[in-house]
Design a protein around this ligand. Structure first.
Ligand code: ATP
Ligand code: MG
Length: 394
């Protein structure tokens, strides 16, 4: 960890030398005490963005209005944010007013959970006004100050709480759970993309089962798009135990739990990226093919390499699958890896049957040949394929 923080401490030092305060804050401090892999290092400082810009050569002004810049230092990025408070969230999205303040304690008090509201200086000295360290030891998710006020101020925090409880394998504080229960409908004010970010991290977390139980206990489940509408999906979710690593895996799983809600609908209502949507469609199709006892080689052939892990994680909830390494091995052994590698193409088919009018039949014939080659029923040579064509399709 010393090494990990080494460069960050130099950034703090540079800011300190110029006469300003600076601390490492948020997730990095939490993860340091948890002995977890540290992600991004965020810095809070009494310096304003323009003061920070003066101190470093490479600064990206990402959110000057909110007091945030990104400092590039020794090839790493640090988000440096001026001490601030936020008041009023009347649109449930952005605070009405961001006010810069002069002390770290006020800045820490705007943060969501006690475990995220600690600050550390370059000597590993810690500011911990809300007893975040104690909550780390007790493994407890607890809001900074009154949970009812904090969740009302920003309802996304309810979802973030569930996310952290799964990710860190922490329990939710009783009063927080009660607050979420009374305020759960407010989640509907939050943009679905922002919910999806937390949702994805929750499913990726260690204890998704616990967080899903909270989702039901607090009634939040009845305020989430599409999920709230499906009794069948909710029944399956109550029993769901597996970690899922992306929105594509989540939506595939949900679709297979209740196929009456189409993936296109999930994509639309949860504002999925086109890639996530495409991947979910591929995964769901191929898992359905396993269920229909389609030949495994034909399934593996159509499974993109980068989706093999997702296919295994989601597929194993519904069907029997060979181990991941076996799938990879078999994929590498296929006679061809895509249609371009077929020894015969559309033009060859046309010249084999010069008397026939061109049309869709060419494509379906190519598909038929492709499958036969993949399954090893025809050799991938022009000669073998033509022979088959003249014998079978005359
Ligand atoms: P991760 O490791 O997943 O990035 P993190 O704690 O860094 O976890 P972020 O979402 O990156 O979480 O937020 C950084 C910090 O900003 C948090 O630790 C918290 O102090 C504060 N924060 C973020 N979102 C909110 C919010 N909605 N309300 C209050 N404070 C927040
Ligand atoms: Mg972070």
């Amino acid at each position: 960890h010393k090494q990990m923080f080494h460069d960050a401490f130099e950034v703090l030092d540079i800011i300190n030398e110029a006469g300003h305060e600076a601390f490492i804050v948020g997730g990095a401090v939490r993860d340091y005490y948890l002995n977890r892999q540290i992600g991004d290092i965020d810095i809070a400082s009494s310096a304003t963005p323009s003061e920070i810009i003066k101190l470093f050569k490479d600064v990206i002004p990402v959110g000057i209005k909110h007091g945030t810049v990104i400092v590039r230092y020794k090839k790493k990025s640090y988000e440096v944010t001026t001490y601030r408070t936020e008041t009023g969230y009347s649109d449930y999205r952005h605070p009405d007013k961001v006010e810069f303040v002069t002390d770290i304690l006020t800045d820490l008090s705007r943060r969501d959970f006690t475990i995220n509201a600690m600050a550390m200086d370059k000597h590993f000295k810690i500011e911990d006004p809300f007893e975040g360290k104690k909550d780390i030891e007790r493994r407890l998710i607890r809001t900074v100050r009154n949970p009812f006020e904090r969740f009302e101020e920003d309802p996304l925090r309810m979802m973030r709480g569930l996310r952290f409880s799964s990710q860190l394998n922490f329990k939710m504080d009783i009063e927080c759970t009660e607050a979420i229960h009374s305020l759960h409908p407010a989640i509907e004010y939050i943009a679905v993309e922002r919910i999806a970010v937390e949702w994805e991290k929750m499913f990726k977390g260690e204890n998704v089962q616990y967080s899903l139980r909270l989702l039901f206990q607090t009634n939040l489940v009845n305020c989430l798009p599409l999920i709230k509408e499906s009794k069948q999906l909710k029944r399956s979710l109550l029993k769901h135990q597996a970690r899922l690593f992306s929105m594509a895996e989540i939506v595939t799983t949900f679709y297979l739990y209740d196929s009456s809600i189409h993936i296109n609908k999930w994509a639309k209502e949860w504002k999925l990226s086109s890639k996530a949507k495409r991947n979910a469609i591929i995964l769901a199709d191929l898992i359905n093919d396993v269920e229909r006892k389609e030949a495994l080689a034909w399934i593996i052939y159509r499974l993109p390499k980068e989706l093999i892990s997702s296919f295994c994680r989601t597929g194993e909830l519904f069907v029997d699958l060979p181990a991941k390494n076996m799938l990879k091995y078999q994929k590498n052994k296929l006679p061809i890896s895509n249609r371009k590698e077929l020894a015969l193409n559309g033009n060859d088919i046309i010249s084999t049957f010069p008397e026939r009018k061109q049309g869709k039949w060419i494509d379906s014939l190519l598909l038929e040949i492709e499958k036969k080659v993949v399954l090893g029923e025809i050799d991938n040579t022009k000669l073998a394929i033509k022979e088959w064509l003249l014998h079978e399709k005359k």
